[in-house]
Ligand binder design. Structure first.
Ligand code: NDP
Ligand code: OXD
Length: 311
């Protein structure tokens, strides 16, 4: 049993140690060992063609919940791809989402500016129950975020491919209900995977469909899904013409976000460097070790990606 790691420089040693601790019986395949020995691969941003080098590969494990970085390889071997579903990761994502909804709802950017000017000025504050939050992608992470926001009193709805039955969350499903979902949404959260269907989804047209008669000053976009789902030129244009009131972005079309992007300087935009949920090596190594044990015992792998939908 041998596992090959394809992890960006700087993090390889740490992941190797954590996986070895979680799965002591598993050999870690090194670059100069025979490629025929590799049974499993654990990857983040694998260079295209790299995985095809291993003729006996049985399973690919993504280091993250998203697998767009795996499907970016046109020569992907035809083996199961397992993505991360992990309570620790979900909790971190939900923290980031809730914090950013509250940041805009409670007008903290505006108070930041007032702080810097020692300006004591009370701003009008709607209640959470007056604000419609919409979550695009009501999967593992989206559903958890939606529930926490519901508990804070927001009017929460979700949009996904299939209809969901989650107490207190209005569910919209498929293309035919997307418009209605957008029209009722003041604060839009993107937690969709990046697939051919979700590429470039958040554009000027979508922003133009958001509610603008609600209790907050204008629509807000919060994206912790993938940067490929947003059209940054459109977001910048909508911020400039006032049709978008603000944004919180953790993910970008190009990462790192280039220093010359006007997003950095916009006072209504809050940026984090793809850290909404950093994968915790201990819990994710334990998860991968558990999946390998299941596979070796002939049990089905969990959280296998559908190669047709790519999520
Ligand atoms: P899931 O697969 O559990 O959920 C995906 C959801 O998106 C599902 O509800 C699915 O619908 C819905 N969906 C997919 N495609 C469409 C579509 N075309 N139209 C409508 N709905 C669609 O994923 P997770 O919740 O675990 O993760 C979501 C994403 O979050 C990841 O793919 C990743 O990109 C991102 N992420 C970002 C992190 C960060 O640090 N910024 C960290 C972790 C994840 P249905 O349920 O009907 O299938
Ligand atoms: C993930 C990520 O997909 O970190 O888990 O973005």
């Amino acid at each position: 049993m041998s596992l090959h790691l394809i992890i960006p420089e700087g993090r390889l040693d740490s992941w190797r140690n954590h996986i070895q601790k979680a799965a002591p019986g598993l050999a870690i395949h090194e670059q100069d060992n025979a490629v025929e020995d590799v049974d499993y691969a654990f990857v983040w941003l694998p260079p295209p063609g790299e995985l095809a080098r291993f003729p006996n590969l049985k399973v690919i494990f993504s280091m993250g919940a998203g697998v767009d970085h795996v499907f970016a390889d046109p020569n992907l071997p035809d083996v199961p791809i397992v993505r991360v579903v992990d309570e620790n990761l979900t909790m971190r994502m939900t923290e980031w989402v809730v914090m950013n909804v509250l940041l805009h709802h409670r007008q903290f950017r505006a108070y930041d500016v007032q702080n810097s000017k020692a300006e004591w000025l009370e701003r009008e504050q709607p209640g959470a129950d007056e604000v419609c939050v919409g979550v695009m992608g009501l999967g593992v992470i989206g559903a958890d975020s939606a529930l926490r926001l519901r508990d804070l009193g927001f009017q929460v709805a979700g949009w996904s491919n299939s209809r969901k039955d989650i107490a207190g969350i209005e569910s919209f499903a498929g293309e035919s209900e997307k418009q209605e979902f957008l029209n009722r949404t003041d604060i839009l959260i993107n937690l969709l995977p990046l697939t051919p269907q979700t590429q470039g989804l958040i554009d000027a047209k979508l922003i133009g469909s958001l509610a603008r008669n609600g209790a907050i000053s204008g629509p807000i976009i919060i994206n912790a899904g993938r940067g490929g789902s947003q059209v940054e030129a459109d977001i910048i244009g909508c911020l400039n013409d006032g049709s978008l009131a603000g944004a919180s972005l953790d993910v970008f079309e190009t990462e790192p976000l280039p220093a010359e992007s006007p997003l950095w300087a916009n006072p209504n935009v809050f940026i984090t460097p793809h850290v909404a949920a950093v994968s915790d090596p201990v819990s994710i190594s334990t998860y991968v070790a558990k999946q390998i044990t299941r596979f070796e015992q002939g049990k089905p792998l969990q959280n296998v990606v559908d190669p047709n939908t790519r999520y």
